[in-house]
Write a protein that binds this ligand. Sequence first.
Ligand SMILES: Cc1ncc(COP(=O)(O)O)c(C=O)c1O
Length: 381
Amino acid sequence: MRRVYFDNNATTPVLPEVLEAMRPYFSEHFGNASSVHHHGQETREAVERARESVAALIGCGASEIVFTSGGTEADNLAVFGVVREGDHVISSSIEHHAVLNSSKYLQSIGCEVTYLPVDGRGLIDPDEVRRALRPNTKLITIMTANNETGVLQPVEEIGKIASETDAYFHTDAVQAAGKVPFDVKCIGCDMLSLSGHKMHGPQGVGALFVRKRTRLRPMLWGGSHERSRRAGTENVPGIVGLGRAAEMAKSALRQDEPARLNAMRDQLEQKILTEVKDTRVNGQGAPRVPNTTNICFKGIEGEALLIALDLKGLAVSMGAACSSGAIEPSHVLTAMGLPPDHARASIRFSLGKQNTNEDVEFAVGLIAATVARLRELSPSP
Ligand SMILES: Cc1ncc(COP(=O)(O)O)c(C=O)c1O
């Protein structure tokens, strides 16, 4: 059966070049990167090369990169690394659960958190950030791109506001890294999270950019790995893979891969909107990463559509992978003002490097037929 994968915001396939780069570090080059002997030096060099590649992708110094076990750990390290009891935090209502649930935990230990709302397009108003500031605001944590809608937040404006205060600014760029060009200096952030498996690297590895002189308390205590910011023997194959994925992403950004994905995404979106009635794009009118569209199919149970499409070979998703299967409608879509039944009728399509125009044709035909069948079975009132 033909299978098309449009769930690249959940995870992406590892590129062959990335796999090739990683392979020797499972076998021939097996040393502990902290060992003094030849084997250790070999892997240490590979880790430091990867650090430079990741730093080059986001425009920071190599020493400002802390390798982690993924985006979730990077987000947790940013939040718990700087906030203490009694501090105030500014975040948003559409963050990934890695930030949202960390903030909820902070509230349980005596911190105050302001969750900024978004407008109908899913955008945060930077003026709201300014208005929410307090003398004890320690951290502003606002994502760069939303995982469900792809909407890009005005992080540069928020960075400017943060720079006029004593608060740190962290941005979760897990869904932006490798998809759109950016630079930590332009954003003006103190910390930025990214994750390997969202950019055709391996799962279980990520990084946190920590600007020099940021007073970060580690979450993991042990050896002095990662300049004492994250203890534990490095995941060398994973880090090497992340480094190679960052190099590949940087060169794809230069070769206009975003424009190719953007054209494919727009084609998918336009065809669905014209061929399937009662559909609308969630996040329409806002700047978005080029690979994502989130579409509401009115009167449809999203879960039923997702399963029906999967049976025919098309993999899509209903927002965050970790909350799929939950009865709760998406917190992102409801924050944008969608009624619960419209949020439950929404599907995320996220394209990747491996997708082609033929995949789009295949998907559109399947979606139109499947939605028509589901609507026939359960005509809306
Ligand atoms: C915006 C965002 N932040 C954080 C994460 C968590 O990253 P990881 O899966 O590497 O822990 C994800 C994953 O879906 C994400 O989309």
